[in-house]
Design a protein around this ligand. Sequence first.
Ligand code: MV4
Length: 493
Amino acid sequence: MQKILVANRGEIALRVMRTAREMGIKTVAVFSEADRNMPFVRFADEAVCIGPAPSSESYLRADKIIEVAKKTGADAIHPGYGFLSENASFSKAVVDAGLIFIGPSAHSIEMMGSKISAKQAAKKFNVPMVPGTEDPIESAEEAKSIAAGIGYPILIKASAGGGGKGMRTVNNEAELEEQMRMAKSEAMSAFGDDAVFIEKFVGSPRHIEIQLLGDQHGNYVYLFERECSIQRRHQKLVEEAPSSCLTEDIRKAMGESAVAVARSCKYHGAGTVEFLVDEKLNFYFLEMNTRLQVEHCVTEMITGKDLVREQINVARGEKLSFTQDDLQINGHSIELRVCAEDPKNNFLPDTGKLETYMPPKGPGVRVDDGYEQGQDIPIFYDPMIAKLVVHAATRDEAIERLCRAVDEYHVKGINTTLGFGKWAVRTEPFRSGNFDTKFIEKHFKPEYLEDFDDDVEQVAALLSSYIWESEQKQSVGKVASNGIVTNWKVRRR
Ligand code: MV4
């Protein structure tokens, strides 16, 4: 592999290119007209504009991207996350064009993309599942008899859904028919597939996922878990590894279940198996994400492995270079997503110019970002501008380190989730590890965030110039040893 085209933008494009460069592999960036001045475009060895700002006209243009790969002589494509990363036809088209797709086969993506076929495959490998169906529900009558068997409340989920899309809660039989009709019609318009299935509703679960790697020779390893329960509208905000609630035994059982899911679809590459975990630490398979995830960094910090390097190695046919026994958890890592959103105003996306942008530095701090000071945050893409990742020996030290790094992070011109993250990790539930997916709903109020914004700084500036001027007029101070007039004794009265 001599040259990789990165079919993505922002922080993840840069992240992938950095590892490629370390491996002596050339990189090609593809970019939209809105991204011409982005760091990832400058970092790449070559860069090609593929169209206007909207993703549908640029980052989702599979045909154009493959054409650029051929023209530039790239021999592989890395899709990053989002965009075309979980598109089975893209994976196939890349391979059909004689290129390497740095990710799983179209077969694996398709199988795990359908929640029904994913559950059917996982079931054969005895992976624990929430009570419910592994077959599509055809009629309201069938739904009623199944729901009666498992007991209310239940969830109706779209087979083509995922990440919370096409999901409906049903509290009793009277609601069932209507909710099922709604779920089906929602799924049809969102995914063009109205297949739905039923699961027992697990109240206040944790979301814990297992990172795994597989090669093309049937070898698998799991790289432990990530705790991702702190989410809002199915958007993760804080992630950590390891989880503060798992025991060694459960960690091993979940890891082995995750590997079984991967085996069930002949998976190769980096992948993640999501589980719901209830308060008794029972775990249930939810779905598999067939891509490198945003939060992969916390896994890299605790395992010392570079997941992009491993993706590249297995994509070019190499065997995994380590076994399960070679892996261990080292310390604790927390990631905070820095999004251009206003947590004081319902996390509304915020756009504008990064007037000031100074990321934190120092021991145990990693910032994966994609913008620079002075740049505009475009409205066309995801609001995540950076990931603040810390690593420390213990969970408590990681929390303190995250707070220190947030204080050192200076962003002006847009609102971000930085203050929210610092608040979240200092709460009692987070510190004690006693939290679940309802954390924000249960504990967060916008007024908890310090109101330290531009107004405060302007008032401070005005006040200090006022004091300075009045001191000049009064001239009652003494000249201190450094030559500066000081009247601190006068002002104390
Ligand atoms: C559930 C559930 C409770 N019971 N399934 C939401 C996203 C999708 N991946 C599955 N989701 C859920 N499935 C059963 N049987 C609760 C959720 C859920 C959730 C899961 C993980 C993280 C955050 C969540 C927020 C709301 C609901």
